[in-house]
Ligand binder design. Structure first.
Ligand SMILES: CC(C)(COP(=O)(O)OP(=O)(O)OC[C@H]1O[C@@H](n2cnc3c(N)ncnc32)[C@H](O)[C@@H]1OP(=O)(O)O)[C@@H](O)C(=O)NCCC(=O)NCCS
Length: 302
């Protein structure tokens, strides 16, 4: 069974003109247009990295030539592969299909993909709330977590540690929502996370955290948690695939996989242009501010 975890550090990516123009040629026209509309360079870069990662995955792991890959979105926005897979009649049983998901927040774009399982990924950077105090920020967010989860978050220690616990829970919840693809319509009180008693450090991938859905422990779902660096929590939700003939999640659960950091050269390793060079793309990109003022101040004050 295949398993892929990739991360790209968009925050420190300063693309050259030729890199940006090449990247723009290698994604579908509608995505190139969408990326061009972001106000801030940070968002344009993370969306671009996400598209290149997805296409690299499909090309290298699913064996579809770059130029034939057609990615579309579900009505709720989740990308999926619309190109039919070619299965030769003599190649034996059909291999389990891949599921993939992207997340971008803070300084990274991440991709998680898994064969035979449903996957959702979420990355969250621990940051101080913008205009309110930590207790006020938590008060505004009350409805996102259950009473039990709040008790864990608020007993985590210093405000910084409470925020880290908050974003850890957030990433877990969101990874599940993203795996099932429902987006904003899901009642977040229905899922409750019970964290692993093992400490989460940058050296390991934890997979002991449990999810309760409607107050019942969900045996079929596994959550891999990692820290890409001290501030960035990533959660990967793995659940039973909803395609017919899918493999059961247990007992052959894959060992947890850690994220591999990719360079821009890695992102475009299999890429081939889909469209002509469009210099306007670069003119638009170089005019963008990196991020909103407050985020830039926080970045430079670290
Ligand atoms: C898209 C959504 C599912 C997640 O958005 P987000 O956390 O802001 O953004 P992320 O960076 O993690 O993920 C964005 C990526 O997820 C993918 N995505 C989009 N819609 C999706 C959906 N319905 N399901 C799964 N993945 C989706 C896309 O690849 C998107 O990136 P792209 O547009 O550049 O291709 C959002 O619509 C949502 O519903 N958020 C829930 C908000 C909330 O209340 N969370 C509380 C948690 S405690």
């Amino acid at each position: 069974m295949g398993s892929v975890r990739w991360a790209f550090r968009c925050g420190s990516w300063t693309p050259s003109r030729s890199d940006w123009l090449f990247a723009a040629r290698c994604v579908q026209q509608e995505e190139k247009d969408r990326i061009g509309q972001f106000v801030f360079a940070k968002d344009a870069k993370s969306a671009m990295a996400g598209r290149l990662m997805l296409r690299r995955l499909v090309c290298e792991r699913m064996g579809i030539p770059w130029s034939e890959i057609r990615l579309e979105r579900s009505p709720r926005g989740k990308p999926y592969l619309a190109t039919p897979l070619k299965v030769s009649p003599n190649s034996g049983p059909e291999p389990p299909s891949w599921s993939f998901n992207l997340s971008h927040q803070g300084d990274y774009t991440v991709l998680a993909a898994e064969q035979g399982l449903q996957v959702g990924v979420d990355i969250m950077k621990t940051t101080m709330p913008g205009s309110s105090s930590v207790p006020e920020f938590f008060r505004i967010m009350t409805r996102q977590f259950t009473e039990y989860e709040w008790s864990v978050i608020q007993s985590a220690g210093s405000e910084q540690q409470q925020l880290a616990a908050f974003y850890r829970h957030w990433a877990l919840k969101e990874s599940f929502i993203k795996a099932i693809g429902t987006g904003l319509g899901f009642n977040l009180q229905r899922v409750e996370f019970h964290l692993s008693s093992e400490p989460l450090t940058q050296k390991c991938v934890l997979h002991q955290t449990k999810m309760h859905l409607d107050e019942e422990e969900e045996e079929d779902w596994t959550f891999e948690e990692s820290l890409l660096d001290a501030d960035h929590h990533v959660a990967v939700a793995l659940g039973p695939s909803n395609t017919a003939g899918a493999a059961p999640l247990r007992p052959s659960l894959p060992p947890p996989t850690s994220f591999t950091l990719l360079s821009f050269t890695d992102l475009i390793a299999s890429a081939s242009p889909l469209t002509e060079e469009d210099p306007v793309c670069w003119d638009g990109f170089k005019m963008k501010a990196e991020a909103p003022q407050r985020q830039r101040e926080m970045h430079t004050s670290k």
